[in-house]
Design a protein around this ligand. Structure first.
Ligand code: APR
Ligand code: PHB
Length: 398
């Protein structure tokens, strides 16, 4: 098999890249190791930054999102049994976010790719990326048990944290920056209307809690739990009791309960691989970087990467200049590190670390009080949460 851009992985990064390249008249083939049902049903985050919403619309993939997604103009911070609302449009000159599950974004992009785009092979596992530094990359893969090779001008690893593309970087070139956290999130989906119309991020001595949603009738909730927690050990009533304790306020707010339909534990990690390019091989999304989910940045960062890459590939096709491809890694990493900073700040602001000293706890409270009492501090949070604009200048910056 031969194509211009060989894409490994059909998560949001790989699928959106294929869509953007198709719109720019550049062929691609997407290899995805899992089957379609698996990719369309795994539960992931659900907050789209304004820039992500704009990109999906411009890619012709925003129709259902605009119908079913929920525009959110703020979030609530809860601490010391009080609530503080952050008003995004007022603080950022009109920006907001959209609640629309990553799973739904993937379903929409898969449907478009299969009807209008180039080949998208499910159950096609890439085994390696070869010759990316000196020649045209070759991607040996197994498709439903049969061995094959994808030859391409460029290879893009959109294969997530556990993928194979990163391994093709020479050890002498790779630098990894990493932090793990001594806690995880126990996430549940519940068939009950969300108890608040915006997301609630709660700091409590017993640990962090988050109230989110998937639709007007489905709630998504998370509890901070120890890093090695087995989700099966938490019963349904225990989960609701704990959520209630951590989300409780003094003004009589009530948490509505309903049947849980899904339960899982998400580890928390910060990770960056530098550089994001080696010869004709590029990394995008979770393959290159991971953020803890507190800032809701994972999907949005993946979108930023593939927009930058698609633009650089289109620029090369139109002008013959590889300037933007050469700048890809540095351009993305500037944005990535801002998201790493924000995600780490939000995480340490809201979680109870098992080794926190009383001094650390007082500092955490002071940071929250500062946000609740300073427009400058609130604006800083609102700007980062809604996302820094994915302008043309940023896309093409060196
Ligand atoms: N061959 C083919 N496909 C592979 C291989 C391989 N060797 N290894 C992994 N994959 C596939 C996975 O099955 C998965 O579908 O690559 C895809 C990677 O998708 P994601 O993990 O979703 O990563 P990405 O597209 O970068 O999305 C960014 O944002 O909300 C966050 O972490 C969350 O998934 C999310 C991410
Ligand atoms: C989610 O709805 O899954 C969600 C929302 C906000 C986050 C993380 C996850 O910060």
């Amino acid at each position: 098999m031969r194509t211009t851009v060989g894409i490994i992985g059909a998560g949001p990064a790989g699928l959106l890249l294929a869509r953007l390249l198709h719109r720019a008249g550049i062929d691609s083939v997407v290899l995805e190791s899992r089957d379609r049902a698996y990719v369309e049903h795994r539960h992931r985050a659900g907050i789209l930054e304004q820039g992500t919403v704009d990109v999906l619309r411009a890619a012709g993939a925003g129709e259902r999102m605009d119908r079913e997604g929920l525009r959110h103009d703020g979030i609530e911070l809860r601490f010391a049994r009080r609530r503080h609302r952050i008003d995004f449009p007022a603080l950022t000159g009109g920006r907001s976010v959209m609640v629309y599950a990553q799973t739904e974004v993937c379903k929409d992009l898969i449907a478009l790719q299969l009807t209008e785009g180039g080949p998208l092979l499910f159950e096609a596992q890439a085994l390696a990326v070869e010759d990316a530094a000196d020649g045209r990359p070759r991607i040996p893969f197994r498709h439903r048990g049969r061995a094959d090779v994808l030859e391409c001008d460029y290879a893009v690893g959109c294969d997530g944290f556990w993928g194979v593309a990163r391994r093709a970087f020479p050890a002498a070139l790779s630098r990894v920056f990493e932090r793990t956290y001594p806690y995880a999130w126990l996430g549940v989906l519940a068939d009950v209307a969300p108890s608040h119309d915006e997301l609630v991020y709660a700091r409590h001595d017993r640990g962090f809690a988050l109230l989110s949603m998937r639709s007007p009738s489905v709630s998504r909730l998370y509890l901070q739990v120890p890093a090695d927690t087995d989700a099966g050990r938490w019963s349904e009533p225990e989960i609701w009791d704990e959520l209630e304790r951590r989300l409780e306020t003094d003004d009589g707010w009530r948490l509505a309960r309903g049947p849980l339909t899904q339960k899982s534990v998400t580890p928390m990690r910060s990770f960056v691989h530098e550089p994001m390019r080696h010869g004709r091989l590029f990394l995008a999304g979770d393959a290159a970087h991971i953020v803890p989910p507190t800032g809701a940045k994972g999907l949005n960062l993946a979108v930023g990467d593939v927009v930058t890459l698609a633009h650089a590939l289109a620029h090369e096709k139109e002008t013959g200049s590889s300037d933007l491809l050469d700048a890809y890694s540095a351009t993305c990493l500037r944005r990535v590190w801002q998201a790493e900073r924000f995600s780490c700040d939000m995480t340490t602001l809201l979680h109870s670390a098992p080794d926190a000293t009383p001094f650390d706890v007082r500092l955490q409270q002071a940071r929250l009080e500062r946000i609740a009492s300073s427009r400058a501090a609130e604006t800083d949070l609102a700007e980062a949460y809604t996302g820094f604009p994915l302008g043309r200048r940023q896309i093409s910056a060196r």
